[in-house]
Design a binder for this molecule. Structure first.
Ligand code: URP
Ligand code: ZN
Ligand code: ZN
Length: 459
């Protein structure tokens, strides 16, 4: 059994901040103290550094067949990149194919991750349909630790379910103690707008955004919450972008409805004008929902500060330029998604904490503690406390990092923030007590990540 002592750091959790030491027995934090006087196999000096719980990204798509291709990071490259950025847990999405069991989907995704993941991982399950057999399987999945199901109100013919299917799956989810994750965009409306744009020969990437209006997101968000309220199940709106949609979440939360939402760094730091970059460059930012107007970003920041938005995840779903070019001459064929799993903590530290938009504690909360609580991983994950997994980041709050696909580790030949400089980055990253990243060098092992059986929600 290896013992580790982290000394002299400023430990920051969602609630506390103190100077001191952390003792780790093998994989688990066993002691916190102001000056721990014990021998350890490994001593890490954290003087002048913050010591935070490892980041938890509850929205990634590694090795996802989507948009006529497959996302370019697999569980090895994607989790190594995540670790470099200070994320020590991901929750990815397994996909149930039409006519297929969820067991089969879970087995497939377990197979994709096994032997590859360098950090711990769990799965949500994407359901493409609902029927009594799948309803029975939802309980089995909860038993396997898949305690959240993602449904889609968009992508007709691919992922979209109608309201009846959504409502039935929601009812069942409520019965089995699971949370519904919802992709909330009105897919029918968007489909009409896309066809009309293409008929007018409006084929450039920017029409992806123009045909997915904020109101289509707000309408679906409102409908998702109303359906969940009637079905008596908590609903978590994924990748919320529009302040019009946030208003729907806020209204429901003010009435005491268990409605929750995440946003992603791209919606806080990029905007519609990125689609107007020359040539086909706008395709780099094609994701759904799309980037919105910069003027609206303050609403998202206010939502994060005031807890109407609880989490920032990444929706990491990278495609290289060659893949994006499937949509040359037809924006609707551009694979949807962008890289992000590695840059979340630094972007939020630089653009959130350093600008005073959120506190250090709120940063830890939205990037680690709240995701752990929302998705049944707390207190094993998401905090620094005796008994918790030793997923720990020694964070250098002054480190200057230039974001570029050439130096970052995600398997993607562009980065949406190319050339941007951020302040704050990990120095040492531990996953269950083992150093996986040390000053920019990967020290972990593909396959050492462990599957996380998540607990059902407490409410
Ligand atoms: O554009 C996106 N968001 N791609 C990933 C799939 C999804 O809807 O989350
Ligand atoms: Zn989605
Ligand atoms: Zn996604």
């Amino acid at each position: 059994m290896t013992t580790t002592l982290i000394k002299n750091g400023t430990v920051v959790t969602a609630t506390d901040s103190w100077r001191g030491d952390i003792f780790i027995d093998d994989e688990t934090i066993t002691q916190l103290g102001v000056a721990i006087d014990r021998q350890a196999d490994q001593v890490i000096d954290a003087s002048g550094r913050l010591v935070i719980p490892g980041g938890i990204d509850v929205h990634t798509h590694m090795d996802l067949p989507f948009g006529g291709t497959v996302s370019s990071d697999d569980f090895e490259t994607g989790t190594i990149a995540a670790a470099h950025g200070g994320t020590t847990t991901i929750v990815d999405f397994a996909v149930q194919d039409r006519g297929q069991s969820m067991r089969k989907a879970w087995d497939t995704w377990m197979g994709k991750a096994e032997g590859k993941a360098a950090i711990d991982y769990g799965f949500h399950m994407i359901m493409r349909e609902f029927n009594p057999e799948l309803g029975r399987e939802m309980k089995d999945m909860v038993g396997e630790g898949v305690t959240s199901f993602k449904l889609f109100m968009a992508y007709p013919g691919v992922f979209m379910m109608d309201d009846a299917g959504i409502f039935a799956a929601m009812q069942r989810s409520g019965e089995v103690g699971a949370t519904i994750c919802m992709h909330a965009e009105n897919g029918g409306v968007i489909d009409v707008l896309v066809k009309q744009a293409l008929e007018r020969k409006q084929t450039d990437p920017k029409y992806h955004a123009i045909t997915r209006p904020a109101r289509a997101e707000a309408e679906a968000t409102h409908r998702a919450i109303a359906l969940a309220e009637m079905a008596n199940v908590p609903v978590y709106i994924v990748h919320l972008t529009a302040s019009e949609a946030l208003a729907m979440v806020t209204e429901a939360r003010d009435r005491g409805v268990p409605a929750y939402a995440e946003t992603c760094p791209q919606y806080l730091f990029l905007d519609y004008t990125n689609y107007e970059e020359p040539g086909f460059s706008g395709a780099k930012y094609v994701m759904s929902p799309p980037l919105r107007a910069r003027e609206k970003q303050d609403d998202l920041w206010r939502g994060l500060a005031g807890d109407d938005l609880q989490i920032v995840s990444t929706d990491h779903c990278p495609f290289c330029i060659k893949e994006k070019e499937l949509g040359l001459g037809d924006f609707s064929k551009i694979p949807n998604g962008a890289p992000g799993v590695e840059t979340r903590l630094s972007l939020l530290h630089d653009g959130g904490v350093r600008t005073g938009r959120i506190s250090l504690h709120r940063w830890v909360q939205i990037c680690s503690t709240a995701p752990a609580k929302m998705f049944g991983m707390f207190p094993k994950k998401g905090t620094i406390a005796p008994g918790s997994d030793a997923d720990i980041v020694i964070w250098d709050p002054e480190k200057v990092l230039k974001l570029s696909h050439e130096t970052l580790h995600m398997r993607c030949d562009y980065n949406p923030y190319e050339g941007r400089t951020v302040v704050g980055a990990p120095e040492v990253v531990l996953s269950r007590g083992r150093v996986v990243v040390d000053k920019g060098t990967f020290k972990g092992k593909p396959g050492s990540g462990r599957y996380l059986r998540r607990a059902p929600r407490a409410i």
